[in-house]
Design a protein. Structure first.
Length: 320
């Protein structure tokens, strides 16, 4: 690996949605990194000055350059470190994997934050952890820090994100539905597309790894209803680049149960998404039914890799 780029310094939190996603990618690629807490206020101000964004995680390369947003970070690193490959080379599979990454980034965020901050058990766990990890240098009582965190997160990411008692069950059903299809797939193979990790496995780690498998309420649900999902998370964390270098065999029909997740993008009546959601699903239908060469130029570019026309629901307003 290029010594001018690595090791990376990864600023985030070890219970952060997108920090966990990027950590899983780095481990699967064998890219050396050091996880550092993004402490307030000093580190946050430094990241904002360096990147122009208040996002977690943020990465510094060994040459001093900064990066934010997990999706472009991972795409860039895939070019710098092509082996072992985690992005499918087949255009249709690549498009499908990128679409699922958007689904996991944008649509599992809501149930993940809900389960963490709605219940007193989850909120106390997370606020205590974050107060110690990220706010240790702020000279305020711990109880006050925890209170501030709970109010901020509930106001911004649960109630502020549209979760109400009237639609709480629907939000929670998203988690249960995802456990069900993951369990079905993992009964047939060790990773979601076959015998080795891929972008699709990494995409779901933000929610499944750092939220659902760690936060008290969803973790108990996972233990009772889908222990194979726990096993998959641990297997991916432990695979390393040797696991990714194993046989690249993709199981016949591997994408069929995963392809049905495009319906989850549409089946969200209480939270009608932007028109881009419907447009992206229609593009996927086109790619799934036709050779990529028969699609429009933007669709072909999207199927072969990231492009400026890429679907980003809500402007990817959430910090990667």
């Amino acid at each position: 690996m290029t010594s001018a780029l690595f090791p990376l310094k990864l600023y985030g939190s070890n219970i952060s949605y997108f920090t966990g996603k990027l950590e899983m990618y780095l481990r699967a690629k064998g890219i050396p990194y050091e996880l550092l807490p993004l402490k307030a206020p000093g580190d946050r101000l430094r990241v904002q000055r360096a990147t122009g964004a208040d996002q977690m995680p943020a990465v510094t390369l060994a040459d001093g350059r900064w990066m934010t947003d997990t999706t472009p970070i991972m795409a860039w690193l895939e070019e710098q470190v092509p082996s072992p490959p985690l992005y499918p080379t087949d255009p249709e599979q690549r498009f499908f994997s990128l679409l699922l990454e958007d689904y996991a980034d944008e649509w599992l965020w809501r149930p993940a934050m809900h389960y963490r901050w709605y219940s007193s058990e989850g909120a106390m766990f997370a606020s205590r952890h974050l107060a110690l990890e990220l706010m240790g240098g702020i000279p305020l009582p711990g109880a006050l820090k925890r209170l501030v965190l709970r109010r901020r997160q509930r106001g911004g990411y649960t109630r502020g994100d549209g979760v109400r008692e009237s639609n709480r069950q629907q939000v929670e059903a998203v988690y249960h539905d995802n456990l069900a299809w993951l369990l079905a797939v993992l009964q047939e193979r060790p990773f979601l597309l076959g015998d080795s990790p891929s972008l699709v496995d990494i995409a779901f780690m933000g929610a499944m790894f750092r939220h659902f498998s760690q936060d008290p309420v969803p973790a108990e649900i996972m233990r009772q209803k889908a222990p194979a999902v726990f096993e998959w998370i641990a297997r991916l964390w432990n695979a390393g680049p040797s696991g990714s270098r194993g046989t690249r065999r993709v199981h016949r029909g591997a994408a069929r149960p995963l392809r049905d997740r495009r319906g989850a993008l549409m089946d969200n009546a209480a939270f009608p998404g932007p028109s881009g959601v419907r447009a992206s699903c229609l593009i996927w239908e086109e790619v799934a039914q036709n050779a990529p060469e028969d699609c429009c130029p933007d669709c072909r570019a999207f199927a072969r890799g990231p492009c400026p026309a890429r679907f980003r629901p809500g402007g990817r307003r959430r910090r990667s």
